[in-house]
Design a protein around this ligand. Structure first.
Ligand code: TPP
Length: 583
């Protein structure tokens, strides 16, 4: 058995876990781990801010399904990554974060760059570890990856005091071993659905005349898109895909209803309100989806499938709760329904589908196109990017109006093509997440669609992208405002615009992007949009930033105001007008 240092053991453990890339930034406490990294085949991407490392790891995990890995130093390095940890926790993204810590003996002494990292991150990680000896390292890393990727995926943090990895310290010597498996008493995620519950669910489905499948992010996490398609087609039940599930079901499928929720389309929102059975698959009844829960889907019985038992009954008591992996449970359901006669055992739902088709016809998503000489419409820009890029392009977004328009106006045909901060709603997510996604899927085209406010939060990671030759494309929708906040002030604060105006010209986005090594363009008219996108698509040796000057006044519709009932959905002028045209 060879004797090695804790630092070497840590890197070797990551290699054995199949890690191909680490996003990070070194510092004093983590130096002894950065040193053996020089001798490892693992690629390291040096970020400009630790928040970037965390979101890159998330983007990587989102598109590959493998845990993203980030490594940072103690104190400020660790606190800078708390936001991505919380983001990953809320969106169930598998991630392993390694943080340096001051030497064991200095812990608790207010040492330089000490902070209580495990304390701070306790509530935003699925689990965290403070390593206390070098021997623990292989087991801890193995356990961290196991916890991050099994059950409900999530972020796991491993805090490593400097002495247990420092070659100059005798505490770091250890005999290398690699545990075959990790046994974690009390941690045994339930994967199979209970057969009796599966049967109950199958029977309920086969009795309902107005069912809707409410597909959540868990479908993507469980790699259950194919199973979902099979269930929907077998039963003929329409599917709504939440913000976190966009891409889990193809938008061009006849059973696709699109996104529900605060900015969902009328049909998706209303079908959920009026259904008699809600089949919730890996969805968490987020308040942005339910609106006021007391009035949400009043007549519906609920089947709720989730790998995390804590989700069942959290917001709405299900009639049939099923704990299990979404893919496995859906396959079980399909089998049970087939045994009962498959399509033949489903009741006649033609009236329900006719009602849905009528809503779709009367209330499609709609915006007023700009007249010649008017400012660009952000929705138009998104449609153009959509139409000028390959079908399987990965889109990442920030948070705000542009995020909602992207979800509404993109047409998703493939799973894992929409990378979005849904739970925490983190501005500054788009660019680092796009970088991580491109590292994970270098074969795919990756566009970040960002707001001008969000862009200013993490744009410096474009320096990372240039230096590392990661050719992402960025569309900045410059509306000169913190647009989503402006929208709320306009609708709910009598147009009293408090602290939401950003200058349209400062910074100069083109110059800024060029200074970071990117190709950059500014687009102001509809005619320029398509050619600029085509040009951006052709550049593959560095990142590209296209600034689109868009209409400041444009709002996201439909909208269910926060806390209101989904029955009170506001259509907005363009959609209302469109619906009258049909009458
Ligand atoms: C880190 C962070 N701070 C504040 C917010 C609150 N917030 C939500 S959307 C938004 C405005 C985003 O503006 P911009 O990036 O320009 O996008 P737009 O809405 O104009 O498309 C703000 C401030 C947030 N989500 N995240």
């Amino acid at each position: 058995m060879d004797e090695i240092t804790g630092g070497e053991a840590l890197i070797r453990s990551l290699e054995l876990e199949g890690v191909e890339v680490i996003f990070g930034l070194p510092g004093g406490a983590i130096l002894p781990v950065y040193d053996p990294l020089l001798d490892s085949p693992i690629r390291h991407i040096l970020v400009r801010h630790e928040q970037g490392a965390g979101h890159m790891a998330e983007g990587y995990a989102h598109v590959t399904g493998r845990p993203g890995v980030a490594m940072v130093t103690s104190g400020p390095g660790a606190t800078n990554i708390v936001t991505p940890l919380c983001d990953a926790f809320m969106d169930s993204i598998p991630m392993v974060v390694i943080t340096g810590q001051v030497p064991t003996k200095a812990i608790g002494s207010d040492a330089f760059q000490e902070c209580d990292t495990t304390g701070i991150t306790l509530s935003v990680t699925k689990h965290n570890f403070l390593v206390t000896s070098a021997e623990e390292i292989p087991w801890t890393i193995r356990a961290a990856f196991h916890i991050a990727r099994t059950g409900r995926p999530g972020p796991v943090l491993v805090d490593v005091p400097k002495d247990v990895v420092d070659p100059k310290n005798p505490n770091s010597r250890m005999r290398w071993y690699w545990p075959d498996e990790v046994d974690l008493p009390g941690y045994k995620p339930t994967v199979q659905g209970h057969p009796r519950k599966i049967q109950e669910a199958a029977e309920l489905i086969s009795r309902s005349v107005r069912p809707v499948i409410y597909a959540g992010g868990g479908i993507l996490k469980a790699r259950a898109s194919e199973a979902l398609l099979e269930l929907a087609e077998l039963t003929g039940i329409p599917v709504v895909t939440t913000l976190m599930a966009r891409g889990a079901f193809p938008d061009d499928h006849e059973l696709a209803l699109g996104m529900p929720g605060m900015h969902g389309n009328y049909t998706a929102v209303t079908a959920m309100q009026k259904c008699d059975l809600l089949i919730a698959l890996g969805s968490r009844f987020d308040d942005r989806v339910t609106g006021n829960p007391a009035t949400f889907a009043r007549d519906a019985k609920v089947i709720h499938v989730d790998i995390d038992p804590a989700e069942l009954g959290k917001v709405r008591t299900p009639d049939v709760p099923i704990v299990g992996d979404c893919r496995v449970v859906i396959e079980q359901l399909v089998e049970a329904i087939r045994k009962m006669g498959g399509r033949d055992c489903q009741p006649d739902r033609s009236e329900w589908m006719a009602t849905i088709r009528d809503w779709q016809r009367r209330y499609p998503l709609r915006y007023e196109p700009s007249l010649p000489g008017e400012d660009l419409k952000p929705q138009f820009v998104i449609e153009q990017i959509r139409d000028h890029t390959p079908d399987d392009t990965i889109v990442s977004v920030g948070v705000g109006q542009h995020q909602m328009w992207a979800s509404q106006y993109w047409r998703f045909r493939h799973p894992h093509t929409f990378v979005c901060s849904g739970g925490l709603g983190t501005m500054g997510f788009a660019i680092p997440a796009a970088i991580g996604a491109k590292v994970g899927r270098p074969d795919r085209m990756v566009w970040a669609i960002d707001g001008d406010g969000c862009f200013q939060m993490t744009a410096q990671e474009l320096v990372t992208a240039t230096c590392e030759r990661i050719p992402i494309k960025v569309a900045v929708l410059n509306n000169a405002y913190l647009g989503m906040v402006r929208q709320w002030q306009e609708l709910f604060y009598e147009e009293r615009y408090s602290e939401v105006y950003l200058s349209p010209d400062i910074p100069d986005y083109v110059k800024w992007a060029e200074a970071m090594g990117c190709e950059a363009m500014r687009v102001e008219t509809p005619e320029e949009v398509g050619p600029a996108i085509e040009k951006a698509n052709e550049i593959d040796d560095r990142p590209v930033v296209v600034e689109f000057r868009v209409d400041t006044r444009e709002k996201v519709y439909p909208m269910v105001p926060a806390g209101a009932s989904n029955d009170d959905i506001i259509l907005g002028p363009a959609i209302s007008k469109g619906s009258e045209d049909h009458d």
